[in-house]
Design a protein. Structure first.
Length: 340
């Protein structure tokens, strides 16, 4: 027992030492007593890259390329636009709320070193400035932060920062879990750049259908996997259905399944398959699977629901994701809903 406590104490010391090293690395001016407070970036359109790293070793690398709507995440995914926009808004409007009381400066520095984030902000000229971000203040109206300039000079003291027009803590905007940063769009056809939609109901194949679209009101409806289109159907209803595909997002890439449960799911037959092909011939597909409820839920008739009424599992490419039924139920239609 005593031996275990000794090992634990050594680990704590090593962790603390690593945090201090993280804090002082590149610290060339702290001893000179310079307090830096120019955190804001007036023209955030010049920001081309943001790197967020944490003391636990996690990091994300966000890059913006000219002409592209979405930022790139870690060189392999698209990043959530709402999250990158929020960072840029923060960079522009961040300001000093107050100084840290002198008696608390050293403790604040140790806290940032041991449990902080480093945010490196780049422009085309290179790194512009860096934030070292600590925890929220006790009242949650401010965030402990330290500024470092591009030349490596670091503020001698931490400051309490906030953002004009916002009440709360800024720390939550800087996270390092890759899955939380990923763009969640499944179907995003803002300009209705769609040539075909296939909806396959694997449990009721006769309900499945194909929509072919060639612009304006040139729409055809087919029973799925047949060449015979319906001569009469509700064109307006089909057009309204297609408009749903302007913006359909999954909820999260964190599916909360064990590897065994995931493999079992993928070996089963999905409840639905939705596939959309654009005018360039590129297709996007999601397979949807029923999810068991985590608690008892009743339907409109007071009957116990066999499946989760809020969420389903989805498969996009090789990944299992979670989707909200509120978003996906409207597109899981029966072909009869379009017929006169």
């Amino acid at each position: 027992m005593k031996k275990n406590l000794t090992l634990l104490f050594i680990l704590i010391l090593l962790t603390a030492a690593a945090g201090v090293v993280w804090w002082i690395q590149g610290d060339t001016t702290r001893s000179a007593g310079v307090v830096l407070n120019d955190f804001s970036i007036e023209d955030t359109s010049t920001v081309t890259r943001i790197v967020i790293s944490a003391t636990d070793g996690k990091a994300v690398d966000l890059n913006r390329k000219k002409g592209e709507y979405l930022w790139t995440l870690n060189g392999k995914y698209k990043a959530r636009k709402d999250a990158t926009d929020l960072l840029l808004k923060t960079f522009k409007r961040i300001s000093v709320k107050s100084h840290v009381p002198k008696a608390g400066i050293e403790n604040t520095i140790r806290m940032i070193a041991g449990n902080g984030y480093r945010v490196d902000i780049y422009t085309e000229e290179g790194i512009a400035k860096s934030y070292l971000i600590g925890t929220c203040t006790q009242d949650h109206f401010g965030t402990y932060m330290v500024l470092e300039h591009a030349d490596g000079t670091r503020s001698a003291e931490p400051l309490i920062m906030h953002m004009e027009g916002f009440t709360g803590c800024l720390r939550q905007r800087f996270f390092t879990d890759e899955s939380d940063w990923r763009f969640t769009g499944v179907f995003n056809y803002e300009n209705l750049d769609i040539s075909r939609i296939d909806l396959i109901n694997h449990q009721s194949p006769l309900s499945s259908f194909t929509i072919r679209y060639q612009g304006e009101n040139n729409i055809n409806l087919y029973p799925y996997d047949t060449p015979d289109k319906f001569p009469f159907f509700d064109t307006l209803a089909v057009k309204d259905y297609m408009l749903l595909f302007k913006k359909i997002h999954l909820e999260t890439y964190n599916n909360h399944l064990t590897e065994t449960a995931r493999d079992s799911l993928l070996q089963s037959t999905p409840a639905y398959t939705v596939k959309v092909t654009d005018n360039q011939g590129t297709s996007r597909q999601i397979d949807l699977y029923w999810k068991k409820p985590i608690m008892r839920q009743l339907d409109d008739n007071g009957q116990i629901m066999p499946w989760d009424g809020d969420r389903m599992f989805g498969k996009v490419g090789d990944e299992v994701v979670l989707v909200q039924r509120y978003t996906f139920d409207p597109i899981l239609r029966d072909i009869r809903s379009f017929l006169h």
